[in-house]
Design a protein around this ligand. Structure first.
Ligand SMILES: [Zn+2]
Length: 231
């Protein structure tokens, strides 16, 4: 995660009443539909203007703005189903996902180049924020959708393509760490980790049930030799 979180709440005329955490069952992604905007611009806009619409979060390359508190109902996915939804494949969750049971993330389009596309940094931040919300509110990956899936609106336009959406959702998969040794190996693993002989990957995964290559074995033996020399 590489964003700063800031808060600039929307005008209260842009969102609804309170809800409980247990009512939040879906996570919905959107795009702002502006070419070259920042989270701060959006947060300021929704504070200044009453437009009877809102989203909980706005995300750009560096910053996440909280615009509507999680436990308030944002007006993000309401409205009628698009007439062409049957043709486009959108709107399949219409009537199931509602403003009350969902939490919405809007992605900005930080590069003004005439193309609607979130930058890699914005996509990564939106995914990191999404993973946090999924964990906090126990939202399974099956309950993560696009605005497109709710009403058929082409939002986010660059994720309407099924393959692009599948690629984005991959970012939301929670990585399971393989760091718990079985009882028989507990003492050995703890010793090897404590003495720097067994190290994890860059994410801290020890991959305990994975096989060792010959070169990895050499490195571990070398670390052991250095340990013996030191002591
Ligand atoms: Zn949307």
């Amino acid at each position: 995660m590489s964003y700063t979180i800031k808060e600039q709440l929307a005008n209260s005329g842009n969102y609804g009443g309170s809800r409980n955490a247990s009512q939040i069952r879906y996570l919905v992604y959107h795009y702002t539909g502006n070419d070259g905007d920042k989270a701060a611009n959006n947060a300021a806009y929704f504070q200044r203007n009453i437009v009877k619409a809102s989203a909980h979060y706005f995300v750009d390359d560096t910053t996440v703005y909280l615009s509507v508190p999680d436990l308030k109902i944002a007006w993000s996915v309401g409205g009628s189903k698009y007439a062409n939804a049957d043709k486009t494949g959108g709107g399949t969750m219409y009537g199931v996902i509602t403003n009350t049971n969902s939490i919405s993330i809007e992605m900005c389009d930080t590069i003004r180049n005439g193309v609607y596309q979130a930058s890699e940094a914005t996509l990564a931040n939106a995914a990191a924020l999404g993973r946090e919300l999924m964990e906090k509110y126990h939202i399974p990956i099956e309950n993560v959708y696009r605005h497109f899936d709710v009403t058929g609106k082409h939002c986010p336009s660059y994720l309407v393509n099924a393959q692009k959406w599948a690629e984005f959702k991959k970012r939301l998969e929670v990585k399971i760490m393989d760091n718990t040794p079985s009882g028989a190996h507990k003492e050995g693993v703890e010793w090897a980790v404590k003495n720097g002989i067994l190290t994890g990957n860059s994410e801290g995964d020890l991959m305990l049930s994975q096989p060792v290559t010959r070169q990895q074995m050499c490195t571990m033996l070398h670390r052991l030799w250095e340990l013996i020399e030191r002591t």
